[in-house]
Design a protein around this ligand. Structure first.
Ligand SMILES: [Mg+2]
Length: 413
């Protein structure tokens, strides 16, 4: 059997962990730059506020409801996520961390509902984050189970008999791996529910949806296709870090600082995922107001040797900036995208650069471990200006669990 643990309203739950006064009150978390709603408490969902909606569109409704808003605090969320995952691993053994708030794991076939409840309780008691667990014969069904668990008491063991009875009511579009386009295509074939999809002839599925559709069909009928560590996703194609400035800037040093910030973000992400990039694009975008919109600066860099090294990437990014930067243009946004990603293991070492590469590798490792231990930005490139590239995030909570000065104090009377 497979299990999927999913944290409920994860970012909101992280904020509530240090603000217990906000339990059962409307809470929402905003995207970087405070632009859109990216997490909602149940109370906010009940106000019919959709995910991803621009904040300004729902500001009045939220204010009226007395909602508390937070800017995203990823340092906090990542740390709480790591605690959830390590606690889960103590309970169930090796896990496949699927996203910041979800993990797959394997369970014995004869697991009982009470035993699954015990896993859930352990995570909730040790970390303090509410979670839901779905258990089923395949990963796709476990994922579905975790959604049903949310409507129940937090646990759903989805056996095949139960599944067959409810599959008539489950829309295909809600299934893991069936995207919007596939759902539209299915509807054109007259298929809306999972039960109808399962009745489709395999040859039809194969011709219309290829091997991906075939795998989903198998998984939905209870035949294991994906084992732990395997999913629909091919290797990630690109990693991006980009952000608007709070105010436009014509200052080159500020753009250098912003790009360095983004390079560090993508480089550490590359190393975390054990990937190398063979291509990088830097962008500096002017404000859309005025006549500067044609002055978008964009430059692509191809690496002869794929890399995840901060110094290599930064060097090239700053060089590219000096090519595209135009004096006097009010820039509003900067970003870095790396692509052409390949697994670190597959990389062929260049014959001549080994010693230098070793040194860089050690420096990157040190940088990553210090930043992980003492908080993001502890070690950063000197071109990054204090408070540079931060954008606006006026409502960000403290880094309660990763910064000494932010550790909460408790007053006992
Ligand atoms: Mg979740």
């Amino acid at each position: 059997m497979f299990g999927l643990l999913d944290c409920n309203n994860f970012f909101v739950s992280c904020e509530r962990l240090f603000r217990p006064d906000l339990l059962k009150k409307p809470v929402a978390v905003l995207s970087s730059n405070d632009g859109c709603i990216v997490a909602r408490s149940q109370e906010v969902k009940d106000l019919d506020i959709p995910m991803g909606v621009p904040y300004f569109q729902v500001k009045d409704v939220l204010t009226k409801a007395g909602a508390t808003l937070f800017s995203s605090n990823f340092t906090l969320y990542r740390d709480i996520s790591a605690r959830v995952m390590s606690t889960l691993e103590q309970e169930v053994g090796l896990c496949e961390i699927y996203s910041i708030d979800e993990a797959f794991f394997e369970l014995p076939d004869d697991i009982t509902q009470n035993e699954v409840f015990a896993i859930r309780t352990a995570v909730m008691n040790k970390v303090g984050i509410p979670v839901s667990i779905g258990v089923a014969a395949t990963k796709t069904l476990a994922k579905q189970g975790s959604k049903l668990a949310k409507q129940q008491q937090g646990v759903c063991v989805l056996d095949l008999t139960l599944w067959q009875t409810i599959a008539t009511e489950i829309p295909c579009g809600s299934i893991w791996g069936i995207g919007r386009q596939t759902a539209v295509k299915l509807r054109e074939l007259g298929v809306t529910s999972v039960a109808e999809f399962l009745k489709l002839d395999l040859a039809v599925v194969r011709s219309q949806f290829g091997v991906v559709g075939e795998r989903i069909k198998a998984e939905l009928s209870g035949a294991t296709v994906f084992s732990l560590g395997e999913s629909h996703e091919e290797i990630q194609q690109s990693i991006m870090s980009t952000r608007s400035f709070e105010h436009t800037t014509t200052n080159r040093a500020e753009l250098q600082s912003a790009l360095a910030y983004h390079v560090e973000a993508v480089a550490s992400k590359l190393r975390e995922k054990q990937l190398l990039a063979s291509q990088m694009t830097i962008m500096v975008l002017p404000s859309r107001h005025g006549d500067f919109f044609l002055k978008t600066g964009r430059k692509e860099i191809i690496f002869t040797q794929p890399t995840a090294n901060t110094q290599d990437l930064l060097h090239e990014a700053l060089r590219a900036l000096s090519v595209v930067y135009e004096h006097g243009v009010p820039y509003k946004k900067a970003g870095v995208i790396v692509g052409g990603l390949s697994p670190q293991m597959a990389a062929t070492q260049s014959l001549f650069s080994q010693a230098a590469e070793e040194t860089q590798h050690v420096l990157d490792q040190m940088r990553d471990s210090l930043n992980m231990r003492f908080g993001h930005g502890t070690i950063q490139s000197a071109v990054i200006l204090p408070n540079g590239a931060r954008g606006s995030a006026k409502l960000r909570s403290k880094e309660y669990t990763t910064k000494w000065k932010d550790i909460p104090t408790v007053h006992a009377k």
